[in-house]
Each structure stands twice: as C-alpha cells, then as structure tokens.
Design a protein around this ligand. Sequence first.
Ligand code: AMP
Length: 225
Amino acid sequence: MLFSKVFRMVILGAPASGKGTISKRIVDRFGFVHISPGDMLRLHVLHGSDLGKKAKKYMDEGKLVPDEIVMKCVLGRITEVGNKSWMLDGFPRTLVQAERLSASEPLHAVINLDVPHDVIIERVKGRWIHLSSGRVYNVGFNDPKVPGKDDVTGEDLVQRADDKPDVVAERLNVYEKMLRPVLNYYQKQELITNFKGSTTAEIWPQVEKFLLAKRMKAVAESIQG
Ligand code: AMP
C-alpha cells in the first residue's frame, strides 16, 4: 500500500549488508519507487547516451562517477517519478551529493543498515558460485547437495576473487571511509535511523515497523489537514 503523500527516503548499507533484499521488500510492501543510480548509469552506458559515454570510463575503473553527472541522472529520474514515494539506493555516496539532494528534495528518512563487518565477512566467505549459470550457494544455510559441486550440472563451484575475506574487509573499510561524512551529515540533521542486526530476518521486522509508523503518521497528518 502506498503512502498518501510523497515520501522521500534513502537507504544506506555496506556491500553484502543485505541492502538489496531489504530494498526489494520495501518496494513490495510499501510501493516505493526504487531509484538506483548504478542501474540507471549501466542503462545509459548500454544505450550509448551522452551521459553514458561520460560515465563509462569511471565505471570501468571502479571509480565514482563525477557528482555533476550522477546528480543530473538522479534529479531527472525523481522528476519523472512525479508524485510517487521513492527510495534512493546507492546514493548519496559523497557529501556534495547529500547536500545537493537535500537542497532540492528534502528527505523524510534515511535508513542505515548496520551489520557488523565480521558478520559480513563470514557470510561472504561461505558464498560459492557456479560460474556459467550464476547459481549461488551459501555454506550453512543453502548448501549444494554435494560439497563444492553445482546441483544441476555437477560442475565445480568457485569463490569470486572479490569474496575473499581480505578483499571484502578492504571493501568494507573503503565504504566506511567514503560514507562517514554522509552519515555524519544525516546524523546532524537527525534524519538517520540505524537498524542493527546480523541477518535480514533480524533487520526486516524493524524496518517494516519503522515504515508502518511513518505511514500512520502521514495518514494522521493528512486527516488533520
Ligand atoms: P552500484 O551498482 O551502485 O555499485 O554502482 C555501479 C557504479 O556506478 C559505481 O561503481 C560507480 O562508478 C557508479 N555510481 C553509482 N552510484 C554512484 C554515485 N552515487 N556516485 C558516483 N558514482 C556512482
């Protein structure tokens, strides 16, 4: 069910924090439009638009696309979305982006998924994939029938190079460092709510309760006029 008024929200969370799953549940449960600049930029690159041509070289090198380009992309999409509630995922990644967003689209909430780094490293360590199909297995809760082998083809499973514990730890450090000014900015504005937990099963009920309360408040305000 939708919010009665436009609700503007950001979701933040480290790589492999479960942000993708939580975002999908928010969309399914509350009808938010999901805005992911990463997805939008990939589409621009695919279609060879001017914006895509500018963004491609940064993306290929794993660097952040310049703020100007990303802002244009995001604000354009928000205008298209019109009077529907939306949630930004993968944005902002810099303080400049956060400040410019607030200047043109004041936010109602920032959801921050707070999953301990050691939990993320453990989780990713147990992830094995079948390369040609993309099937993913997780040691302990989604095991292959035969250890190390794909259920369908019987072929070997592999670990992605960037799922190795030291690589994941480094990615998490980079994320922390990059996001710190953004987190501080939202903290100062008292916009941020932290959702702590080790699994999606622990975090989702807290997020759902939080958004149900927000929705109730929005309904009460609209009745009062
Ligand atoms: P993602 O799918 O969110 O990891 O984004 C993929 C790539 O798109 C990133 O590696 C960046 O090159 C670019 N990108 C996505 N979001 C942003 C952002 N908010 N600021 C700058 N670059 C971004």
